[in-house]
Design a protein around this ligand. Structure first.
Ligand SMILES: Nc1ncnc2c1ncn2[C@@H]1O[C@H](COP(=O)(O)OP(=O)(O)OP(=O)(O)O)[C@@H](O)[C@H]1O
Ligand SMILES: C=C(C)CCOP(=O)(O)O
Length: 253
């Protein structure tokens, strides 16, 4: 079981509102289709071993930022929900389209309809539907989204947070975050091979260079350090290698 996040910064032009990076998305879809065909990285198993989550990039963050919505600041305005959630569904359609063109058995899963946060902000994500989809040979494709948040209206859930929760719930063997950088970079822009504690890298971790309401690289590392299995952060050039079971980019242990 692999949980893979396609970063919004990879599949979109993150600094240009609602603009896809078509070439990057095609490359990512090629790598995924190739891995599923050969069963590489999953011990020869089939497509039922992969859950994909994609981020927002230029499709969710700009809308959320315009409406003043983040992971903690919510909205009770249904039109704001429709705008932000709608942008994410549009991107989801693009991702699904590229996967279907390569015969990947991908199906949409919209977190707004299934997940929620309690008053303390804790994410609740029932996974029986995902387990059934995997069992039936589908590749669920989720995305960062808005979700109902008790006492706060609706707040943003990042793809990274979904990956962490799903990896835990579904007992993933491998977790990969494919981003626009080849890994977590140190002060000389060299990829850090392994991270075991947040304090070791806190000084070099920043937010995203572009509009991002969910915390950029620092939030990613924090979320992945909580997990039992190792997780990798790597760039698009390494996606095929990651799916083939190789160690790539930065490993969070
Ligand atoms: N030490 C670091 N190493 C690498 N990237 C860093 C570092 N500090 C900050 N960043 C920023 O983090 C960004 C990656 O996080 P970001 O949240 O934008 O990626 P993503 O998950 O691919 O996109 P999205 O959140 O839209 O899904 C990089 O593009 C870079 O600007
Ligand atoms: C901004 C929204 C709605 C989702 C963001 O998801 P992320 O790009 O994974 O942080």
């Amino acid at each position: 079981m692999i949980v893979l996040k396609l970063g919004g910064s990879v599949v979109t032009e993150k600094d240009r509102p609602e603009t896809l990076d078509g070439d990057a998305l095609e490359r990512a879809a090629d790598a995924i289709a190739a891995a599923l065909e050969t069963g590489e990285g999953s011990g020869g198993d089939t497509a039922s071993d992969l859950v994909i989550v994609h981020g927002g990039g230029s499709f969710g963050h700009h809308n959320a930022s315009e409406h003043g919505v983040s992971t903690t600041d919510g909205t009770h305005d249904a039109s704001a929900v429709a705008d932000i959630h709608g942008a994410m569904k549009t991107l989801n359609q693009f991702v699904l389209g590229r996967l279907h063109a390569r015969d990947v058995n991908a199906v949409p899963v919209h977190p707004f309809s299934t997940a929620s946060r309690d008053e303390a902000g804790q994410l609740e994500f029932p996974t029986t539907q995902l387990e059934a989809m995997l069992e039936e040979g589908f590749v669920p494709v989720l995305h960062g989204d808005l979700i109902a948040h008790t006492g706060t209206g609706a707040t943003v859930v990042s793809g990274d947070e979904l990956v962490a929760t799903l990896a835990d719930e579904l007992e993933a063997d491998r977790i990969g975050l494919c981003s626009t950088v080849p890994g977590v970079l140190d002060e000389t822009d060299t990829v850090i091979d392994e991270i075991a504690a947040f304090e070791d890298v806190a000084d070099v971790l920043g937010e995203s260079d572009t509009t991002d309401v969910t915390g950029g690289m620092a939030a990613k590392v924090r979320a992945l350090l909580e997990l039992e299995p190792e997780a990798s952060i790597f760039g698009l050039d390494d996606l095929e290698r990651f799916l083939a079971g190789e160690r790539t980019g930065t490993t969070i242990t």
